[in-house]
Design a protein around this ligand. Structure first.
Ligand SMILES: [Zn+2]
Ligand SMILES: [Zn+2]
Length: 172
């Protein structure tokens, strides 16, 4: 059919292609198409496997599988490839880490390990003193703190005197 078409076709005649030339051209075209497809599958596999594993042997194996068995190799690869991408794994790891951080952030009583809120002054379970209120601004301070970070109470003599007299400009 190809040769019958080419024989009378002016364009093909102008190109100087005989019937056999057309067939060769068609075969070359199809071959080029499949070669491009094959190459695309190899490139796709290479990119895909690299996003899923850092193991070089696995990366090469997956790519070679696609290259050696065109079409079938890629199907086997898709079935066997690692299910999660490295980006997925990284994301999940971050989630777990933030969850862990949240859990450890929840404070417990140092004596009885009862869970306490950051606003608690005393442990509701064993009455251990957890925090004290600032005498000047009434905000809660850690027991270790010597100075109130909110109002400056206890910072130097001036601060202490000011706290005692109740004014900022305390005179000696
Ligand atoms: Zn307690
Ligand atoms: Zn204060």
């Amino acid at each position: 059919m190809v040769s019958a078409l080419s024989a009378g076709h002016p364009t093909f005649a102008a190109l100087g292609l005989s019937g056999g030339g057309i067939t060769a051209f068609a075969i070359a075209f199809v071959a080029a198409f499949f070669a491009a497809l094959w190459l695309a599958m190899i490139i796709w596999t290479w990119r895909d496997i690299r996003s899923r594993t850092q193991d070089v042997i696995l990366q090469v194996f997956g790519t070679v599988l696609t290259a050696v068995f065109p079409g079938v190799g890629i199907l086997i690869y898709i079935i066997l490839r690692p299910r999660q991408t490295l980006a997925d794994l990284y994301e999940r790891q971050l989630e777990e880490e933030s969850l862990l951080a949240e859990m450890t952030e929840r404070q417990t009583c140092p004596t009885c390990h009862y869970r306490v809120e950051p606003e608690f002054q005393i442990c509701p379970s064993c009455a251990t003193k957890l925090r004290r209120a600032c005498p000047r601004c009434d905000r809660l301070l850690e027991l270790k703190w010597n100075v109130c970070p909110y109002c400056g109470y206890g910072a130097g003599d001036g601060g202490r005197q000011a706290a005692r007299s109740g004014t900022r400009t305390a005179d000696r």
